[in-house]
Design a protein around this ligand. Structure first.
Ligand code: GDP
Ligand code: MG
Length: 444
C-alpha cells in the first residue's frame, strides 16, 4: 500500500528537523502513482502534487510520528480540501415552489435512476411533495421507465402525452407542478450516447424555461477521463450547480470525482452506489479521499497522526507552562484544543487536580460559545501584543475591538481571564509540574 511505500522512502531518513524538499518530493512520487492509478486526470494530479509539496516542505518533523505518516496526513487533508471540504453541500431549494431540479448527462449515465433516487429521498426524508417528468421524447420506453420507478417509490409522474416536444413537456410540467402544489419538480432529460450540439441546445432551452434551482450533471464515475470531458462540455453550455457520480459501487477508486471537481469547480452532491432506488449517498469527501489513496486503513492512520500531533503540541505547551510562560498565543491554542475536545466542560471534567482553575474559569464566564469569539479577538492582535499583553493600551484595544467585532469590555474580560489563568499556571508550576504532566495527557 501507499503508506508502506512511503515509509520505505522515509526509513532512510533520521534525525532531521524538518521535511526537506527532497524528502517530500520522493514521498510525493508515490502519491502521484496512487493518484494516477485511481484515474485522476494528469493536470489535476500535477496541480495537486505542487500544492501538497508546498504544504509539506519545511513542516517540522513531529518526533512521535513517522514522517511517512505525516506526509500521508498532509496528502489526505489536501485531497479533502480539493474534493470540496468535509461539509457536504446540500441541495438548493427555491423559495417559490416548485423548486426545479434538472438532470443532465449522457445516455446511460444514470439520470433516470438518479432522478428516482432523489425523489425518494426528498419525499421520504425531507417530506417534500415531489413531481417527476420525463423529457425523453426520443425513447418512449424511457418515459415508461420513470413512470414505473415513480410507482415503486410512490412519487407522482407527469402523465405521458404522445407527440409533445421536450420544451412542451417542460411547460406542461411547470404548470402541473404549480397547480398541484408540488414543492419539487424533477426534470429527467434525454441524453445522447456522445456529446452533441442538439442535446446541449435542447438542455439549455429547458433550463431557460424552467429556471432550475439545481442543474445536476449525472456522470458515470467508471468512465474516468471521459467523465471529465463530459463535465467540461456540459459546464460550458449549462448553468450547472452540482455533480452526481453514479456507479461508485463499481471498482473505480474515485479518481473521477477528484478530476471532475477540480475541472468544473462544482460541488459533488451525491454518489450513486447501486441500482436500487435507495442507493444514493450524500457525498463524503473523507471517504472518497481514503479510496483514492487506496488505503483501507488510511483514515485510522490519519486520525492517529493527528492525535499524536495534538499530543506533541500539548507536551510542548506543558513544558512552557511549567516554566511559568503563558502568552495569548498559547491561550488561543488552548481554546482551539478545547473546542476540538467538546468544550470547556469536557476538559474540566477530565482534570480532577484543577478545581481552582475550574472555579476561576467559571467565574470568568468562559462558556463554550465564547471560545470561538475569544480566539477571534486574539487573532486580531499583533504578534507583539499576543506575546506581551501588557502593551495593550486603550487605542490598541479599540483597534482590536473593531477588528474582531466585539466591544472593549469583552477584550478586558479576556485579558483578565488570561491573567488569572497565567497566575494559576504559575502556581501549579511551583507544584513540581505534576499537574502539567496530567494536563498534557488530557489535552492530547
Ligand atoms: P440514463 O440513460 O442516464 O437515464 O440512465 P439510467 O438511469 O437508465 O441508468 C442506466 C443503467 O445504469 C441502469 O441499468 C441503472 O440501473 C444503472 N445505474 C444507475 N445508477 C447506478 C449506480 O449508481 N450503480 C450501479 N451499479 N448502476 C447504476
Ligand atoms: Mg434516462
Amino acid at each position: 500500500g501507499l503508506t508502506e511505500r512511503l515509509s520505505t522512502v522515509f526509513d532512510r531518513l533520521s534525525g532531521r528537523g524538518v521535511l526537506s524538499e527532497k524528502d517530500v518530493e520522493e514521498a510525493l512520487r508515490e502519491v502521484r502513482v496512487a493518484l494516477l492509478e485511481a484515474d485522476v486526470a494528469l493536470p489535476v494530479v500535477k496541480d495537486f502534487i505542487t500544492k501538497a509539496k508546498e504544504a509539506a516542505t519545511g513542516e517540522a518533523v513531529i518526533r512521535s510520528i513517522r514522517p511517512a505518516d505525516q506526509v500521508v496526513k498532509i496528502v489526505y487533508d489536501g485531497l479533502i480540501e480539493m474534493l470540496g471540504g468535509e461539509e457536504p453541500v446540500p441541495l438548493t431549494i427555491a423559495l417559490n415552489p416548485p423548486s426545479v431540479i434538472l438532470m443532465a448527462g449522457l445516455q446511460g449515465s444514470g439520470k433516470t435512476t438518479t432522478a428516482a433516487k432523489l425523489a425518494l429521498r426528498l419525499s421520504k426524508m425531507d417530506r417534500k411533495k415531489v413531481l417527476m417528468a420525463s423529457l425523453d421524447t426520443r425513447r418512449p420506453a424511457a418515459m415508461e421507465q420513470l413512470a414505473t420507478l415513480g410507482k415503486q417509490i410512490e412519487v407522482e409522474t407527469l402523465p405521458i402525452l404522445a407527440g409533445q416536444s421536450a420544451t412542451d413537456i417542460t411547460r406542461r410540467a411547470m404548470s402541473a407542478a404549480k397547480l398541484g402544489g408540488y414543492d419539487i419538480l424533477i426534470l429527467d432529460t434525454a441524453g445522447r450516447t456522445t456529446l452533441d450540439e442538439g442535446m446541449m441546445s435542447e438542455a439549455a432551452e429547458i433550463a431557460r424555461i424552467s429556471q432550475p434551482a439545481e442543474t445536476l450533471l449525472v456522470a458515470d464515475s467508471l468512465t474516468g477521463q471521459d467523465a471529465v470531458r463530459t463535465a467540461k462540455a456540459f459546464h460550458e453550455r449549462l448553468p450547472l450547480t452540482g455533480l452526481i457520480l453514479t456507479r461508485a459501487d463499481g471498482d473505480g477508486r474515485g479518481g473521477a470525482a477528484l478530476s471532475m471537481r477540480a475541472v468544473t469547480g462544482l460541488p459533488i452532491k451525491f454518489l450513486g452506489a447501486g441500482e436500487k432506488v435507495d442507493a444514493l449517498d450524500v457525498f463524503d469527501a473523507r471517504r472518497v479521499a481514503g479510496r483514492i489513496l487506496g488505503q483501507g486503513d488510511v483514515i485510522a492512520l490519519v486520525e492517529k497522526a493527528s492525535t499524536d500531533l495534538d499530543q506533541a503540541k500539548a507536551e510542548a505547551m506543558a513544558k512552557r507552562l511549567a516554566k511559568g510562560q503563558f502568552d495569548l498565543d498559547m491561550m488561543s491554542d488552548q481554546l482551539a484544543q478545547m473546542e476540538k475536545m467538546g468544550g470547556m466542560q469536557g476538559i474540566m471534567g477530565l482534570l480532577p487536580g484543577v478545581q481552582k482553575i475550574k472555579q476561576q474559569v467559571a467565574e470568568a464566564g468562559l462558556s463554550d460559545k465564547m471560545l470561538a469569539r475569544q480566539r477571534a479577538i486574539i487573532s486580531s492582535m499583533t504578534k507583539a501584543e499576543r506575546k506581551k499583553p501588557d502593551i495593550l493600551a486603550a487605542s490598541r484595544k479599540r483597534r482590536i475591538a473593531a477588528g474582531s467585532g466585539v466591544d472593549v469590555a469583552e477584550i478586558n474580560r479576556l485579558l483578565k481571564q488570561h491573567r488569572q489563568m497565567a497566575d494559576a499556571f504559575k502556581m501549579m508550576s511551583r507544584d513540581g509540574g505534576k499537574g502539567f504532566a496530567r494536563m498534557a495527557g488530557m489535552m492530547g
